[in-house]
Ligand binder design. Structure first.
Ligand SMILES: Cc1ncc(COP(=O)(O)O)c(C=O)c1O
Length: 428
């Protein structure tokens, strides 16, 4: 017999806070960083023609190691996945008047990277199996203005990348993968992030491997790699020198990674498989134990795919338990376990898109003279996304280092307790 629900005044299942750090940072990082500190070259970049244009020793070594690990020709580091995404969008030739089709159910930077190029994000709905873009919805959103598609490998699971690639190839536009959440996940024998023309990884502190802040763009395409390098480091000052006649999108930023960050990245990268193994082991245990509950749909691992479990997503089916998602969520949170509802608001519903105010007061880039489209940001534009956000989605971040089986079992105990008490809760 379980005790009274914590929401109704009973004792919670968990009282301890969870640990903040989710990757192993140990003496490997210290050993990597100390020589850089002692040598004093904390960044190796210079925005001038010459060898330092491409960064210092650590940055270049990290890029070689990422390229090898992911089996691609080029890895170009950035100081975040946000800047790498912007670099990718610009390197693909996107500019004013263009549209880029992407998911509304992702961290906002996926779509912001399009606005950063004065182009217009067009949101296509997702499917509720992988939570990636629904290829049919993408097809319906493609127009003569579409210049690229950004797929998001959400929560660590690849989207339907072959079908998306087939659509973009047929349309003659590049597929960019926002693979920030799925480093090391695989898709039909290949690694997520290597299927599009450019794939972007995040190295921020809550990813499977981290440099505190950082990002990497992966590509097999020589021209894309060069453009990414130019956009990362004030490309406008060197394009003349290297004889590039095409100035399109050669305005660069300071999106460079420091030598310290790169050295940390070199110590972190070898830990990627181990960090992912922990996530998969805990997530599969959680899925096995939650399988007895018909009101929760655990995440799937599609055939031929592996999952990175950046988060563990669940669909909650209110009709099966008889209480709303939000009441179930509050009851579970009151038990002290880590769980959140909705993931993120569909991007087009946030005020910047609703009011179409991005740069200054003029409505740019929506009112730009080069743009003649009408993006659909109305409520209801992506019904699957909105249903997940409002009614069904629950996520937990417990399936990762340093947590272990005990946190998983405790989560299951909390779910069991709330399921037992749902009748009582429904009456209150
Ligand atoms: C899907 C997705 N894209 C982009 C980003 C941005 O990453 P960063 O914080 O490295 O800029 C994140 C960060 O969480 C993300 O989850």
């Amino acid at each position: 017999m379980s005790s009274a629900l914590a929401l109704l005044g009973g004792p919670p299942v968990r009282t301890e806070p969870y640990p903040e750090h989710t990757t192993i940072v140990d003496d490997a990082e210290e050993r990597a960083v100390l020589p850089v500190l002692r040598q004093g070259h904390l960044s190796g970049f210079s925005a001038r023609p010459g060898s330092r244009f491409l960064g210092g020793e650590q940055v270049r070594a990290l890029e070689t190691e990422f390229a090898q690990r992911f089996g691609v020709k080029h890895a170009v580091t950035f100081n975040s996945a946000t800047s790498a995404l912007h670099g990718a969008v610009a390197a693909c030739g996107v500019g004013p008047g263009d549209e880029v089709v992407t998911s509304p159910y992702t961290m906002c930077a996926t779509a912001s990277s399009v606005l950063m190029q004065n182009a217009i994000p067009i949101f296509a709905d997702i499917e509720d199996r992988t939570f990636g873009l629904d290829p049919a919805a993408v097809e319906a959103r493609i127009s003569e203005r579409t210049r690229a598609v950004i797929a998001v490998n959400l929560f660590g699971h690849p989207a339907r990348l072959d079908e998306l690639r087939e659509i973009t190839d047929r349309q003659g536009v590049p597929l960019i993968e926002d693979n920030a959440q799925a480093p090391g996940a695989s898709y039909q024998g290949r690694l997520a992030g290597t299927i599009g023309r450019i794939g972007v990884l995040s190295l921020n502190y809550h990813k499977a491997v981290q440099t505190g802040e950082g990002g990497v763009a992966l590509t097999d395409d020589d021209e894309a790699a060069l453009r990414l390098q130019l956009i990362r480091n004030h490309g406008e000052v060197v394009v003349g020198e290297i004889g590039m006649a095409d100035l399109e999108n050669q305005l660069g930023w300071n999106y460079r990674l420091s030598e310290i960050h790169a050295a940390i990245g070199r110590a972190q990268l070898p830990k990627l498989d181990r960090m992912n193994e922990i996530r998969v082991r805990l997530a599969r245990r959680l899925s096995e134990r939650l399988a007895v509950y018909d009101f929760l749909v655990p995440p799937r691992e599609d055939p031929g795919c592996t999952h990175g479990y950046y988060l563990y997503p669940m669909r909650y089916l209110a009709e099966e338990l008889g209480i709303s998602r939000d009441l179930f969520l509050r009851a579970l949170q009151a038990e002290g376990v880590s769980v959140a509802g909705g993931y993120v608001k569909p991007i087009y519903l946030i005020p910047m898109y609703q009011r179409r105010l991005v740069y200054g007061r003029s409505g740019c880039p929506f009112t730009c003279g080069h743009y003649d489209g009408t993006p659909d940001y109305e409520p209801g534009a992506c019904p699957v996304t909105e249903r997940l956000y409002r009614e069904e989605m629950l996520t937990t971040d417990i399936c990762k280092y340093p947590n272990d089986e005990s946190e998983v079992d405790e989560f299951v105990a909390a779910v069991a307790k709330v399921a037992d008490g749902a009748g009582a809760l429904a009456k209150v």
